[in-house]
Design a protein around this ligand. Structure first.
Ligand code: PLP
Length: 440
């Protein structure tokens, strides 16, 4: 890579300058601009890094991916971080890792149960089904939108082997209760941390409580690479799980040489695998039925620039959340406003609202009012996933009913708190809520 070529510096400076001119946002105009629920927040640095990766032209994961993985692992105190091409891929790889033959008797087998929620994102559930495991659904609270702790304890049956669920909208699920169940029944725990990068529970980062945690870098998330995701492993099995994750991501191969390396294990031509010829090239030994879920160095380069901004992004999300919470407090008689799980400090993904029964208006009426004022609203993902065509016939168990999950399907939506929402946009949002609620 020719980083000293003066033409390279010239190109990079020009790109940064172009980005400033092209993407520098004019002041918000309420009659013209959308108030997005989420979006990319970036400046010349992201374009500069992306251009660096283009000029390297290594294309597949390289120096930027290595740097990102190292910084990310450090942040979480994890032995490794494994970049993948989306949060959905992260979930697929994490759950599939627990089915690895390398785990021996500890591996998940078809028919084993995994506790989760139906009020979630489809690709938290999909890998459970895809691996022929049986999801067991518990209801969530209205206001915090995370699994009801008492239900988790009740839901454990003789076939239950794992828990996999998300810190919904950045709000940590009750990690005291979940960790106690995990410990008592010796379960695996996967934290889908896709919406919660930077959230803490009792001062500790979410994503470090489970055996595995997943992240998404789609543009709606706390930092973005366009498309991208990551898996980290923690605890005693972290090294072992990390190697399995990497294998599943990298075609299922047994070899764990970094790109461009040839004999990291020092045993490339001296091992015996099954009936393969003795010393068969380890680079081409497959110990998992894997995928290729790697990302490009261009995506990772954008991630490296975003990474520098994460502390500021988290702070803004919290401030924006606090602003909306205060502005909507007078309407709590008709709206259930979001609450943080006790002991947590969420890096909020969005501001979730449930319209109370007897409010005198429907969720759709309120959403329509906001959308007409160019304020984007979104459903809390799928509502009840079990009511969607793809999941109607899946083998599953429900523990204790899903009354709140169904209520979310009818009465809940969210608006944004992402760092791109500045004071004028937030004021416009608050005013739009006031305009609707004062008249009712
Ligand atoms: C909780 C949760 N898990 C997983 C995902 C999937 O991430 P991706 O869109 O990067 O595949 C999302 C996406 O928003 C999500 O919200």
């Amino acid at each position: 890579m020719d980083t000293l070529d003066p033409r390279r510096r010239q190109i990079l400076d020009l790109v940064e300058q172009y980005a400033r001119d092209k993407f520098g946002a004019p002041p918000f105009a309420a009659d013209r601009d959308l108030v997005h629920y989420a979006g990319r927040v970036f400046d010349g640095q992201e374009l500069r890094c992306a251009t660096e990766a283009v000029l390297d032209f290594f294309l597949t994961a390289n120096r930027f991916a290595e740097r990102f993985e190292a910084d990310f692992a450090d942040f979480f105190g994890a032995p490794g971080a494994y970049l993948v091409n989306s949060g959905s891929s992260a979930n697929l790889v994490a759950l599939t890792a627990l089915t690895s033959p390398k785990l021996g008797e500890r591996r998940l087998r078809p028919g084993d149960e995994v506790l989760t929620v139906a009020a979630g994102f489809p690709t938290t559930l999909a890998p459970i089904v895809q691996n022929r495991l049986v999801p067991v659904f518990v209801d969530v609270g209205i206001g915090d939108y995370t699994a009801l702790p008492e239900r988790i304890a009740q839901a454990v049956g003789p076939k239950t082997r794992a828990i996999m669920m998300a810190h919904t909208m950045g709000n940590p699920f009750d990690l005291d209760a979940v960790s106690a169940v995990v410990k008592k029944h010796d379960l695996w725990l996967i934290e889908d941390n896709c919406d919660a990068l930077g959230s803490t529970y009792r001062g500790r980062l979410t994503g470090t409580f489970g055996h595995l945690a997943t992240f998404s870098f789609y543009p709606a998330h706390h930092i973005t690479m366009g498309e991208g995701g990551c898996v980290i492993a923690a605890g005693q099995s972290a090294e072992e799980l990390g190697r399995i994750v990497r294998s599943l991501r990298d075609w299922g191969r047994d070899c764990y040489c970094a790109g461009g390396e040839n004999n990291t294990c020092g045993k490339r031509f001296s091992q015996q695998f099954g009936t393969l010829p003795s010393g068969f090239d380890h680079k081409y030994v497959y110990s998992h039925i894997g995928y290729n879920l790697k990302l490009t160095d261009l995506q990772a380069a954008i991630g490296c620039a975003q990474w520098q901004k994460l502390p500021g992004f988290i702070a803004r999300r919290k401030e924006n959340f606090a602003y909306l919470r205060k502005a909507l407090a007078p309407y709590e008689d008709r709206l259930v406003l979001p609450v943080a799980t006790p002991g947590s400090d969420p890096a909020w993904f969005g501001f979730v609202i449930t319209v109370r029964e007897g409010a005198g208006f429907s969720r759709t009426e309120l959403q329509r009012h906001l959308e007409e004022r160019r304020i984007e609203t979104r459903a809390l993902f799928a509502g009840n996933l079990l009511r969607h065509p793809a999941f109607l016939d899946i083998p599953h168990r429900v523990c204790g009913g899903l009354a709140n999950t169904d209520r979310i399907t009818e009465s809940t939506f969210f608006v944004g708190v992402y760092p791109g929402l500045d004071a004028p946009r937030l004021e416009h949002m608050a005013e739009a809520f006031r305009g609707f609620l004062k008249k009712r």
